[in-house]
Design a protein around this ligand. Structure first.
Ligand SMILES: [Zn+2]
Length: 627
């Protein structure tokens, strides 16, 4: 949920807004929406910036107006977040004195700043973890007419609570948005009005992240409305006041995610049970240049709409994810149209929105050919595959086998689905792992999925081989970057896996990556007999590195470690660091005394060089000794 703020790529597509009559009854609220809290964080070497009370009141009142207008246009009425005001109507702020001078805070110090704020406000009886807060920081410096960004400028949160980190500056003032006077700076000298577009737009954008909004991009059809606030719109905010363009707007998808959030819809007591949602029917066709999805959702509390984000893989990050929406009818049915398809790989993320402000996400990877025709297999196979996995998870082996067989018939021309269904059949017939000494003495690699470990501990769940923990989104397959692997290990960091090799094995080959569908981060480490052979950089993206090969004359023992790297940039702590180890030849061991050996490679060297022996290249069982 945490988002970096300063994107440079501006979106190529502009958006529209559609008014939906949403029928689902909202979850009853137990009280009015709590106002968002404004914190003023002053570093130890600076004083509050002149006029901050009145200026920031005007800034927040302007941002409040922007959201109100966006919600109204999207069909939800003039809803916006609340601000806490005193008897005279002035914005209440919590001033917090920072412990350190300005230059001691860096761009990645969101966690440090928030920790100081949290401690200071706790002493005043305020728990910042339970509310949405905006922290204005004196962390923008001026040098020779240039504005230098010193501190963090980000936002993160969900429909209940979150934090936005932004700057105060003496030029920051909603009254100056229309000014064409020089005196501003953003990457280059600019008008004071443009300075405010960037930095008030930034407040609105980071606050959007604090409300749990993802990035999105406006549609081509909506170009006339300007840029999406959660795309490039933080840089065009209010530019219409200077006649420099159409400005920024709140997309229908953002409005949908906000409609029943706590700051917009009101307080709710703890729900009687965990919200749940299920996409229980899904059909896809291609018509009129659009993907048309129809289906049914069962959700508790009821779903009222679907926000969809169509993210093209050619552009990294998600600022270009064009958003689309549709209502969910009382009977759970929906019809969603996704247009403006782009040739190549894309991911469509559906957020099914419930009336308590929560949502469930379903992601579909698909491709569009050069003629603009999408491959709809991932939409069509998703639910049947999930049904088969569900039967497997429930222990209904006969049904799982029947569904897997049916999938292989129905999707005979779709290798990915066919392979997954066949793999499910393999998982239905597990064989106990064997000790390395019990394996037949033959040439070729051995998949470590087949052998018993001396140690296999994980931070969550249990050590898994050739499958992953079955969690939403309802799949059990090892998959990284959209690529499916039959063989491999799945572990939740922190994890340790150790094999005793007794100098009978000379090479260990693997890839490693972050399982698709899980946020998190990890570091992959390989040791032999206490000596570290390899340490990966921190992995946050769902990308599989090329095979890593670790050669030694003979391994004493080999241990690999996955460590979750925690909170990262000091923003919201990462709660789930899921990781997998896999590879084309799975995670394999090669014996000593068989085939060409590179015994000369020292134990400390990471052997990433080509060693083209008889590598197991095939899918399951490539190394012999299949389970
Ligand atoms: Zn952002």
């Amino acid at each position: 949920m945490d988002r970096l703020h300063r994107q440079t790529a501006s979106c190529l597509f502009l958006v529209s807004c559609t008014v939906w009559a949403h029928a689902a009854a909202p979850v009853a609220r137990d009280g009015p929406a709590p106002p968002i809290r404004i914190v003023y964080f002053v570093t130890s070497d600076r004083a509050p910036i002149a006029g901050f009370q009145e200026r920031l009141d005007r800034v927040m009142t302007e941002v409040q107006r922007f959201y109100r207008q966006g919600m109204q246009t999207a069909g939800y009425g003039p809803k916006t977040f609340g601000l806490d005001r005193d008897e005279q109507g002035r914005l209440r702020m919590d001033v917090v004195s920072g412990k350190h001078p300005m230059r001691s805070y860096g761009r990645n110090d969101a966690g440090r700043v928030r920790e100081e704020v949290k401690t200071a406000l706790a002493a005043r009886g305020i728990d910042v973890d339970r509310q949405t807060i905006v922290i204005f920081q004196t962390l923008l410096a001026w040098e020779g007419g240039r504005a230098i960004e010193i501190g963090p400028y980000v936002g993160g949160g969900d429909q209940r609570a979150g934090t936005a980190w932004v700057y105060d500056d003496e030029r920051l003032d909603a009254r100056l948005l229309g000014s064409r006077e020089p005196g501003g700076y953003y990457g280059r000298p600019c008008s004071v009005g443009e300075f405010n577009s960037h930095y008030i737009g930034g407040v609105a954008h980071e606050l959007g992240h604090a409300f749990g909004l993802p990035h999105d991009c406006q549609r081509v059809a909506d170009r006339a409305r300007g840029l999406s606030l959660m795309g490039g719109g933080n840089h065009t905010y209010g530019q219409e006041l200077r006649g420099e363009g159409p400005g920024s707007f709140l997309t229908a998808a953002s409005a949908m995610l906000l409609a029943y959030s706590r700051p917009f819809a009101g307080e709710q007591a703890a729900p009687p049970r965990r919200p749940s949602g299920c996409l229980c029917e899904l059909d896809a066709r291609f018509a009129g240049g659009k993907i048309v999805l129809t289906g049914e959702v069962i959700a508790e509390p009821p779903a009222f709409g679907i926000a969809a984000f169509n993210d093209w893989a050619e552009i990294p990050a998600d600022y270009d994810a064009v958003s689309w929406t549709c209502p969910v009818a009382d009977d759970g049915s929906f019809r969603l149209e996704v247009g403006e398809l782009r040739a190549g790989a894309s991911q469509l993320r559906l957020r099914v929105c419930r009336t308590d402000g929560t949502s469930s996400q379903y992601a579909f990877d698909y491709r569009v050919d050069a003629q603009g025709t999408p491959d709809l297999t991932s939409f069509l196979s998703r639910l049947p595959l999930a049904e088969a996995v569900g039967a497997y998870a429930a222990g209904d082996r006969r049904r799982a086998a029947a569904l897997a067989a049916e999938l292989q018939r129905r999707f005979a021309d779709t290798p990915d689905v066919r392979r997954k269904a066949a793999h499910l059949e393999t998982l239905l017939k597990p064989r106990p792992p064997r000790g390395l000494a019990e394996l037949p003495d033959q040439a070729g690699p051995v998949s470590v999925s087949d052998v018993r470990f001396r140690t296999a501990t994980v931070g969550w769940g249990r050590p898994l081989f050739d499958e992953v923990l079955i969690e939403p989104p309802d799949q059990c397959f090892l998959q990284v970057g959209g690529q499916f692997f039959e063989r491999g290990l799945y572990a939740h960091a922190p994890a340790r896996h150790e094999l005793v090799l007794d100098r009978k094995w000379r090479r260990f080959q693997t890839s490693y990556g972050l399982q698709d569908g899980h946020d998190g981060s990890m570091v992959f480490v390989v040791q032999d007999d206490g000596r570290e052979l390899f340490r990966s950089p921190t992995i946050r993206e769902h990308v599989l590195p090329s095979d890593s090969r670790f050669s030694n004359g003979a391994f004493e023992s080999v241990l690999w470690v996955l460590s979750g790297s925690g909170a990262g940039d000091g923003r919201k702590p990462i709660e789930c660091s899921c990781a997998m180890v896999a590879g084309r030849a799975a995670c394999s061991l090669f014996r000593t005394g068989v085939g060409p050996s590179r015994a000369g490679v020292g134990p400390r060297r990471v052997a990433a060089h080509a060693e083209t022996g008889a590598l197991g290249r095939g899918p399951a069982g490539a190394g012999g000794s299949a389970r």
